[in-house]
Structures are given as C-alpha cells and as structure tokens.
Design a protein around this ligand. Structure first.
Ligand SMILES: [Zn+2]
Length: 472
C-alpha cells in the first residue's frame, strides 16, 4: 500500500484527483520546504494550508514570531503528519541553508530578499510581495531568472506605494500566501504550469496584470473610525463551515466583524482536514460550528459567534437569514445553493457566492435586483439530463482557501462601500495555470426567479436535484 489507511482517509480529496493520486500525496509527505516570512501572523493562513495539504516538513524563518505558540499548536493539531519548525532566527539564511529543501517560499513585505538566493541550490522559489491592497507572485525555477525577478519586484514596489494600512491589506497577504501554497504543491509534484510570468493584482479594484504590465493606480479615502464602526456593527451569516466557510470566517474574524453566524449540521471528519483549516484532528466527531467557534474565539475574542447546528432547509432558511446584513455561501452542493439563492432573493439580502472543484474556483457577488442571481448564471436544467453527481469530488486543499478569502473581501466591500465589487462579474480561478479571469455577467431576462416572467414565487422542494437524499 502506498499510504497507510489513516492517511488515505485524511488526503482522500487529493488522492482521488488524477493529477495527485496516492503517489503524489506520498511525495508531498516526503517533501520539505523553507519559508521566509516577515511577520508570522501574515503567514499563518498560508502555513495552515501547507500543513493541511500534507507537505511533510515545513521550516518557517520569521523576524516576528508573535503568537508562535498558538499557531504551532493549531498547526500540529490540524495535521500531526507534518513536522513544523518556526524559528525567529535572523531573516538572512546562513550559507548553505536551503540545500536540504525541495522548494522555498519568500513571503516578505519588503524587498529584503536579495539575500539568500545565492546560497540556494537550483530549487523552485515562489516569490511574493504585497504593497497596500496589491499583491505580486512569481515562481522561479531557473536560477538565472532570479536577478530579473528581483528587478521586477523592485519596480512593483515603486509602482505601488507601500501603504500597508489599507482596508484589504490583510486579505491581500492571506490571498498571496494561499496562492503560494498552491504553487509550491505544483512545483513539488511537477504538475500544471507555474506562475513564471509574474501575477499582480489589486484586491480593491479587481485589477489584474501578468508579466511586465503595471497595475492601474486606484486610491480611496479610508476613515478608520468609520470603517471600524461599520465592521463592528456588521452581522454576517456564513452558511457552511467547511472548505469555503473556514477561510472566510477566519478572515472576517481577523478583520473585526462584530457578529458572525455559522450554520452547519455536520461533524468534523478526517477527510475534511486537507482543506478545512478551522478544524483539527483532536476535534474529530465534534460539531463543525463548535470547532470553528473555538478556533475563531482564540483568533479574535472580540467577535460574537452565533452557531446553528442545523440542516439548512426550506423550513429554517428565512428564520436563519433574517437578522443578518449579508450572507456568504459556503455550501458544497447544488440543491442548497439554489435554496440559498432563492431565499436571499425573496428577503433582498446580498449573497456572496463561491464554488470549487479540483483546481478551479469561481466567485461572484449577488445583489438582488442589481445584477444576476445564481439561477441567471446557472439555470436549472429543463431537459431532464442527468444532474452532476452530488457525491464528494476532489479538491486541492488551498483552492477553497483562495475562494473563501475572495468572498471575505466582497463582504468587506459591501459593508464599507469601498472598492469595486464582483457585482455583475464572475471571477474564475484556474490554479493549475494560476490563471485568474474576471468576466462581465448579466441578468438573464428569462430567469425563473428574477426574470420578468418569473415562475418561482416561493421556496421549492430542492431535494429532487440529488439522488442521494442523505446529503444535506
Ligand atoms: Zn436570476
């Protein structure tokens, strides 16, 4: 057997993907990586994903190791298969350091990285940088392209004023870290294409650029007092505490949202832990909403958490949503997605959608009567053709991480009115090629729910979509 039974269960969602399989997972478990980080708190989410996905040895050098004990404890209980060392030794590595690693992630906020790399042998380097709401990521496999990359990085800093105190900065560092986690898996397994043509993005304006192109400048006035008050008074409901709900709740708690509601009926299972970073091995069998609550309370004791261990259904949907300002979809199956879409439409609640499959993800922000609803984008099939199976499919652990962070950013945009939202737009991630595309989408005039001749005027029976009635 390639892997022991427990590991097969833990990494099931990876193993069933042909690009990874049992051999790929074994390779990840035998790999070791080195991470350079400025502040541990900025790298924490990246570390959770790297550990969850089962990269065997992780050595993180950080200048500022604030909360090291808590983060280490979380990492070890998330995945005991992984050996983690977090050292606050000087940032600059010693000569020869790096020789025993299979890949390196450079996750620094400032261009202090001319170091190093001379002492590293020819291993993949994932280079990341943030400035305000802007992020930069480039994967390097040939050492000769390194000096070129460092020059490009300097021009990224020059072009994007380093104002780390922007509204989306925290989300920007977390998003970059999660993307870097995906890149490192691809590099270790030699799958897909690495992002050798640097990716740059601005989370506030949704501007994207590849290669030498520059981001358009985008500025906004930020009134801290007012913004903090808006976030503190906000009530956000997250339906589903799994792959998408975990990173979204993590970010929203870290950003200081006043009240978070969590809806989930499930209990923690070992096959969740390759991606559901709020849960842990010592919480198997516990209600997901409770496990999530414990994690989030340690992350930010100020946030009020309301848990609902209930199946989301036509009976409780309206009641659950009523008191919340905005709803985030963290569901993993189609029938309840339609239900959530419909109830948000009837109650006129904004809904932040995302979905993941394999290496891909998509996200959009739905505002009733302003843009398309979920049914406009994905209408119900009318020709009785078979509905895609509701059974579990493979997903690379960090992909829902990326999408959940994007969802949290869209919540922030709605609550503060800052930035360009994903309304009338859909964001699509193809992480195998690290390709992010944003397309315009439109309201469908013939939509059964929000079109002019709508036929759906109340909640339906949503069970017929799925042959397996045991799934929620
Ligand atoms: Zn519609």
């Amino acid at each position: 057997m390639i892997l022991e039974k427990e590991k097969i269960h833990r990494y099931m969602r990876h193993i069933i993907m042909p690009e990874i399989g049992g051999m790929g997972q074994k390779k990840l478990l035998e790999s070791s990586i080195l991470i350079y980080s400025d502040h541990l708190s900025n790298s924490a989410l990246m570390l959770y994903y790297i550990a969850a996905m089962g990269i065997g040895k992780i050595h993180c050098c950080t200048k500022d190791a604030l909360n090291r004990e808590l983060i280490l404890q979380n990492l070890q209980s998330l995945n005991p298969d992984v050996e983690i060392c977090i050292s606050d030794t000087p940032h600059q590595p010693q000569a020869g350091q790096g020789l025993n690693y299979d890949a390196v992630i450079v996750f620094c906020e400032k261009a202090e990285m001319n170091f190093a790399v001379n002492s590293l042998k020819n291993i993949p380097i994932i280079l990341t940088a943030t400035a305000g709401d802007c992020g930069y990521l480039k994967s390097i496999t040939q050492r000769q392209s390194l000096s070129e990359a460092l020059a490009a990085l300097n021009s990224f800093y020059l072009n994007n004023d380093d104002q780390s105190e922007t509204l989306f900065h925290k989300a920007c560092t977390s998003l970059l870290g999660t993307l870097a986690a995906i890149e490192v898996v691809k590099a270790l397994l030699d799958i897909g294409s690495l992002c050798e043509n640097a990716l740059q993005f601005n989370l506030a304006s949704l501007d994207l650029a590849y290669g030498e192109s520059q981001l358009n400048s985008y500025t906004y006035a930020l009134n801290y007092e007012q913004t903090n008050k808006q976030l503190k008074e906000a009530k956000v409901l997250i339906v589903g505490s799994g792959g998408l709900g975990s990173p979204a709740a993590y970010m929203l708690a870290a950003m200081g949202i006043g009240k978070l509601g969590l809806v989930d009926y499930d209990t923690v299972e070992i096959s969740n832990l390759n991606r559901q970073i709020l849960h842990a091995t010592d919480k198997l069998g516990m209600a997901k909403v409770k496990s999530a609550e414990e994690f989030l309370k340690r992350l930010n004791p100020q946030v009020e958490i309301c848990t609902y261990k209930q199946k989301f259904s036509t009976e409780n949907a309206e009641e659950l949503l009523r008191d919340y300002d905005i709803i985030l979809d963290g569901l993993d199956n189609l029938p309840t997605r339609y239900l959530l879409n419909d109830v948000c439409y009837f109650l006129k609640k904004p809904l932040i959608e995302a979905g993941v499959l394999g290496f891909n993800g998509l996200a959009t922000a739905i505002r009733p009567d302003i843009g398309p609803c979920y049914r406009c984008i994905f209408p119900e099939s009318t020709d009785n053709s078979p509905i895609p199976s509701c059974s579990e499919t493979g997903v690379l652990g960090a992909v829902p991480g990326v999408m959940g962070i994007i969802q949290s950013v869209e919540v922030l945009k709605y609550l503060t009115g800052i930035g360009i939202p994903l309304v009338n737009k859909i964001l699509m991630l193809d992480s195998m090629n690290l390709d992010i595309t944003i397309l315009e989408i439109y309201k469908e005039p013939s939509c059964a729910l929000c079109g002019k001749d709508a036929v759906i005027h109340e909640l339906q029976d949503y069970d017929f979509f799925c042959s397996d009635k045991n799934l929620k």
